[in-house]
Design a protein around this ligand. Structure first.
Ligand code: ACM
Ligand code: ZN
Length: 530
């Protein structure tokens, strides 16, 4: 009897330890080929993680893997250059694939191997291994034999964050980047200026951030007419931005900065009222919505100003992609402004929308000369697109479809699926703190970024999907995280996993494991889903 019991105990223990590891992580890998049932590789504390010497990115990958396993599971592994065949985990390059982010994880009697097509591919594999191991490692981890072959469906996997309406500290921006890395996202769209605060330091115009970042008061709730009468400010120095860029780069995340123009500029107009059609004065806006006060398109000083801003922006952000905004820019001031009207006459333009295209074309030329490509919200279609522009489709998918048909590249972020400032549960407490409509987890998950209307050829112009997190009603990091999680999980499978493999019910099972990690790391998330 004792023997039977102890046998049962051994079986139960091994089932328990196998149950800890699951390769079905979020986003779900493309192919998971299990080995023979019951065969496991035992990873022990203090195991070596080998990486090729003289490759700083691979060394960084090894260090990050060690950091992740330690913080997630209290498990210690030791990065070692060229540790050779004795290492329990080996990171290497040389996987043959057209996709630079492809990786293969093999677990066999020889240990755990993560091989990537590039260093970036290895990093994506590191994330998968870390999530597979989870939060409860103990003294050893028993990894079932497996071969995972994986690569993302879309090359562009974006997450946006508005740090103008509310300012978020540098440490939280890094946490945001950590969350993106965990989910295999690779483009951080950083909305850094707006009517309610200019939050990017421009050294040649220091007052822009010093004065333009501070609003005297903030409206309470949804434009109630009541205010808090407390100054609110904060901006990012260029040194801080560089630090964030470097932090993201280690995690193979590109940062796309956005200076929104010609609308959403009251932060700047407050400091330089001569750049507005009426000459001001303008306040850093204390309310939410769409301001009619925009940059004057007929004043040559406007373009000079923008070029100075973008010069410094490009110095700080190496991203090939630069977002110039372009959304929600009313044209009433332009209609009444002698300078704008004279500019239209000079250029032979018949509609004010074409003035916006004129500015975009000038910036496109200027930034192209610096090797950059511009992105704009879909309103930039109104007056005609400049040559290389990428369209960010947010007012549904219509703009994206139109742009793809014009052979312009497209990022898909339609409000109904991708606006995660919208509420996620049908209850009053959620609605109170959210702008707009209802975007539950299941809705985000159901997005198909390639519209059925597009031909196969046109579909190639869809770079990938993105979620947007605006912060009019989100003032604190924990709240931002709650809006992000778990809808970030949903978009990550839309971005990464082949659509044939998506299944919402199976996804929610995977999500339960992810929540354990969120609990462990102190990440706030919405624990219910609809
Ligand atoms: C936007 O949501 N105004 C792009
Ligand atoms: Zn004007």
């Amino acid at each position: 009897m004792r023997k039977v019991l102890s046998l049962l105990f051994v079986v139960a223990m091994s089932v328990a330890s196998w149950a800890q590891v699951s390769y079905e992580v979020i986003p779900l890998p493309r192919s998971i080929e299990p080995g023979k049932r019951g065969e496991v590789f035992t990873l022990r504390q203090n195991a070596a993680v080998a990486y090729p010497a003289d490759n700083e990115q691979m060394a960084s990958n090894a260090r990050l893997l060690a950091e992740y396993l330690h913080q997630d599971a209290g498990f210690v592994v030791e990065p070692k250059a060229d540790a050779g065949k004795t290492a329990a985990i080996t990171l290497s390059l040389g996987l043959k694939s057209d996709n630079p982010e492809a990786y293969r994880i093999t677990v066999s009697k020889r240990g755990v191997a993560i091989q990537g097509a590039t260093e970036e591919g290895v990093f994506r594999g590191v994330q998968t291994l870390r999530k597979a191991i989870g939060t409860e490692a103990g003294e050893q981890v028993e990894l079932p034999y497996v071969t995972i072959d994986d690569q993302p469906r879309f090359g562009y996997r974006g997450v946006h964050f508005d740090t103008s309406r509310h300012f978020f500290p540098v440490d939280f921006i890094k946490t945001y980047i950590d969350l993106m890395a965990l989910h295999g996202c690779n483009q951080f769209h950083w909305h850094i200026t707006d009517d309610q605060g200019w939050r990017f330091e421009v050294k040649s115009m220091p007052e822009l951030a010093i004065k333009g970042s501070v609003r005297e008061k903030t409206v309470l709730g949804c434009n109630t007419g009541l205010y808090d009468y407390r100054p609110y400010g904060g901006y990012y120095t260029q040194d801080e931005c560089r630090e964030i860029v470097a932090y993201a780069a280690k995690r193979f995340i590109n940062i796309i900065p956005e200076i929104d123009l010609p609308g959403h500029m009251q932060g700047a107009l407050h400091v330089y009222p001569e750049l507005g059609c009426t000459g001001g004065p303008y306040e850093v806006w204390p309310i939410w919505g769409i301001s009619e006060d925009v940059l004057c398109a007929g004043n040559p000083a406007t373009l000079d100003f923008l070029k100075r801003v973008y010069d410094e922006l490009c110095d700080v952000f190496p991203s090939k992609l630069i977002n110039i905004g372009g959304d929600e820019s009313p044209r009433v001031r332009w209609q009444q402004c002698p300078k704008c009207q004279a500019k239209m006459k000079e250029l032979g333009l018949t509609r004010e929308a074409q003035l916006q295209t004129y500015i975009n074309k000038e910036l496109d030329k200027y930034l192209s000369a610096r090797g950059r490509t511009i992105i704009g919200w879909d309103e930039i279609l109104d007056g005609g697109l400049s040559e290389n522009t990428i369209v960010l489709s947010w007012r549904g998918t219509k703009g994206g479809i139109e742009a793809a048909r014009q052979h312009h590249r497209v990022i898909m972020a339609p409000t109904d699926y991708c606006y995660i400032d919208y509420y996620q549960l049908r209850r009053d407490s959620e609605r109170l703190y959210a702008i707009g409509g209802y975007v539950p987890l299941s809705k985000v998950y159901s997005l198909e970024p390639i519209p059925a209307e597009l031909s196969e050829e046109e579909s190639k112009y869809i770079l990938g999907p993105q979620v947007n997190l605006w912060t009019e009603y989100i003032a604190f990091p924990d709240h931002a995280m709650y809006m992000l999680l778990p809808r970030l999980d949903a978009i990550s499978e839309v971005q990464w996993t082949p659509k044939e493999q998506k299944n919402f019910d199976a996804f929610t099972v995977r999500l339960e494991r992810m929540e354990k990690l969120y609990d462990k790391l102190g990440y706030k998330y919405c624990a219910k889903w609809e």
